[in-house]
Design a protein around this ligand. Structure first.
Ligand code: AP5
Length: 216
């Protein structure tokens, strides 16, 4: 099952992808997480990406496409994958189509999480992430049992540097200008499914499972 998650920053793409990997045994491929890993390791790629990420701008396609191509060719993607945060422009979506065609694969679902902007600002400024395992929390909607500590591994929780209100608003502007057109792109391909992303995490998961398992 080859899936793309669409949706603005904070829509819940990563939250839902992490739930689905357990159920379906296919990997989440998050370009944002991959870039943050490069930054943490101090690679050249990570240093280049940092200046764009800190301003809430998109990292140039040539950096992203090479990274995704390499990741999709790994053995754990044989049975399927969940793309989260990629593609983000029509040019990236076209490059992905070509890449998958060359690999003899295609996308099965483009799942778009629809959430109003004001809710997104609240979700992102309240998000906390585990430094160790990447598990995500929210100070109001999904608090950890012990403040500042991950429930899963006990790691320290931190706030992403691009989750301050000013950068979040810029990320939303970039989303509406450059990424939202992908909804029409995938509608035209007949694989788009739109989901109300303002509901609870559990309700959204149920709806996604119904779609993926042909019950909705
Ligand atoms: P990236 O890491 O991809 O961030 P994003 O798209 O901005 O998305 P987020 O991770 O912020 O949100 P999400 O939808 O995953 O929400 P989450 O589940 O965490 O990208 C970061 C940067 O990297 C970009 O700005 C860009 O510079 C660069 N980049 C990455 N990919 C790129 C590409 N392809 N091309 C170019 N540049 C690229 O949820 C958010 C919070 O809400 C959490 O706290 C969660 O607990 C909570 N929450 C989730 N669902 C619910 C719910 N239903 N109800 C209540 N709370 C909820």
């Amino acid at each position: 099952m080859n899936i793309v998650f669409l949706g603005p920053p904070g829509a819940g793409k990563g939250t839902q992808a992490k739930i689905l990997i357990e159920r379906y045994g296919i990997p989440q491929i998050s370009t944002g997480d991959m870039l943050r890993e490069h930054r943490a390791k101090g690679t050249e790629l990570g240093k280049k990406a940092q200046e764009y990420m800190d301003k809430g701008q998109l990292v140039p396609d040539e950096i992203i496409l090479g990274m995704v191509k390499e990741r999709l060719s790994q053995a754990d993607c044989e049975k399927g994958f969940i793309l989260d945060g990629f593609p983000r422009t029509v040019a990236q979506a076209e490059a992905l189509d070509k890449l998958l065609l060359d690999m003899g694969k295609k996308l099965d679902f483009a799942l778009a999480l629809i959430v109003p902007d004001d809710l997104l600002v609240e979700r992102l400024t309240g998000r906390r992430t585990c430094k160790n395992c990447g598990m995500m929390y929210h100070i109001k909607y999904k608090p950890s049992k012990v403040e500042g500590k991950c429930d899963v591994c006990g790691g320290e929780l931190y706030q992403r540097p691009d989750d301050n209100e000013e950068t979040v608003r810029n990320r939303l502007k970039v989303y509406h200008e450059q990424t939202a057109p992908l909804i029409e792109y995938y509608r035209n391909k007949g694989i788009l499914r739109e989901i109300d992303g303002s509901k609870s995490i559990e309700e959204i998961t149920q709806q996604i499972i119904s779609i993926l398992e042909g019950k909705a």
